[in-house]
Design a protein around this ligand. Structure first.
Ligand code: ATR
Length: 293
């Protein structure tokens, strides 16, 4: 074929919008999948200050992006700026993934809760969400996604325990209309007691993360057949997971949530279903280690 006759196929562009965005691990995850699947695409870090966010978002179609992830501090603003968004994003009150439709309209969704559930399922394939109460520590953005996903998965009772009780109450109030199970709030000082009879404990606070304070909690009341999940992934084995393991609880680390939440966006933009594998985990762990050195 002559040079003139050659069709130029533009590479598919996606990225992550944040402020700051330098430490986002999303480019590491999506970059791995692009290489692995041999896709001619790019996934970029897009640093956008809050005052420019909406304008940048609206210019995505014109710049040829298939879509983006949205991270701190833009997740709530993204929900208000998109043309349509799915029910889960609305429940959570935040959008973390956006698709640019062929007509340029922006569709937002939230994959954090999906990532949380998929990670648990990968770690404990026979876990039955509908059997026992779940305890969620924290009431921030991550907790919102986790509680909404647990309600969706059929949890009979979710107990939210947070340092600032008012934040836990607000979360419970926001999500109660979507659910007929029991949504309880327990005081932070009684966090150990809240574990009584639970089938799942999830830490969504920043406690236990490298450079943050320790999560102090007595696990004495937690049944030994309960599953314990920390969404903190640096370190991979938090003190909470180490203590739970010693007493015989099954533990699930937080890295898988980060990896699984990235799958729906990748599939939508690049048209291929990516997998969460050991190779991906070690690749991302190396990047995390590199950051902290
Ligand atoms: P994310 O979006 O990752 O959930 P966030 O919205 O800042 O982050 O939420 C952080 C969570 O960690 C909150 O539940 C916070 O409790 P408050 O609502 O009381 O702020 C919790 N957290 C942070 N530092 C804490 C500490 N020292 N002790 C107890 N909880 C803490």
């Amino acid at each position: 074929m002559s040079e003139q006759g050659k069709q130029i196929v533009p590479i598919i562009r996606a990225g992550v919008m944040g402020w700051p965005v330098d430490h986002s691990l999303s480019p590491v995850v999506h970059g791995f999948w692009l290489d692995e699947l041999g896709i001619d695409g790019s996934y970029e870090r897009i640093a956008v200050a809050p005052e420019n966010f909406e304008a940048e978002l609206k210019s995505l179609a014109q710049k040829g992006y298939a879509g983006v992830n949205v991270t701190v501090p833009h997740k709530q603003a993204a929900m208000n700026a998109v043309d349509t968004c799915d029910a889960m994003a609305e429940r959570i009150g935040a959008v973390n993934t956006i698709i640019v439709n062929p007509d340029g309209a922006l569709h937002g969704f939230n994959t954090d809760g999906y990532g949380f559930i998929e990670n648990l399922k990968a770690g404990v394939p026979d876990f039955d969400f509908s059997q026992k109460p779940c305890v969620v520590l924290g009431a921030g953005g991550a907790a919102r996604a986790v509680v909404a996903a647990l309600l969706d998965a059929g949890a009979p009772e979710v107990r939210i325990v947070n340092r600032t009780e008012a934040n836990a109450r607000q979360l419970a109030m926001d999500l109660a209309p979507y659910w007929d199970g029991d949504l309880a709030v327990a005081p932070w000082d009684a966090r150990g007691d809240a574990l009584d009879g639970a089938g799942l404990l999830v830490n969504t606070t920043t406690l236990g993360m490298q450079g943050k304070g320790a999560l102090e909690i007595s696990l004495d009341a937690l049944p030994t057949d309960a599953v314990v999940n920390d969404i903190v992934y640096a370190p991979l084995e938090t003190d909470l997971l180490a203590a739970a393991k010693v007493r015989g609880n099954t533990v699930v680390d937080g890295l898988g949530m980060l990896l699984h939440q990235a799958r729906p966006g990748f599939a939508a933009w690049f048209g291929a279903e990516p997998q969460v594998t050991e190779a991906l985990r070690s690749h991302v762990l190396d990047a995390i280690k590199g950051e902290s050195e």
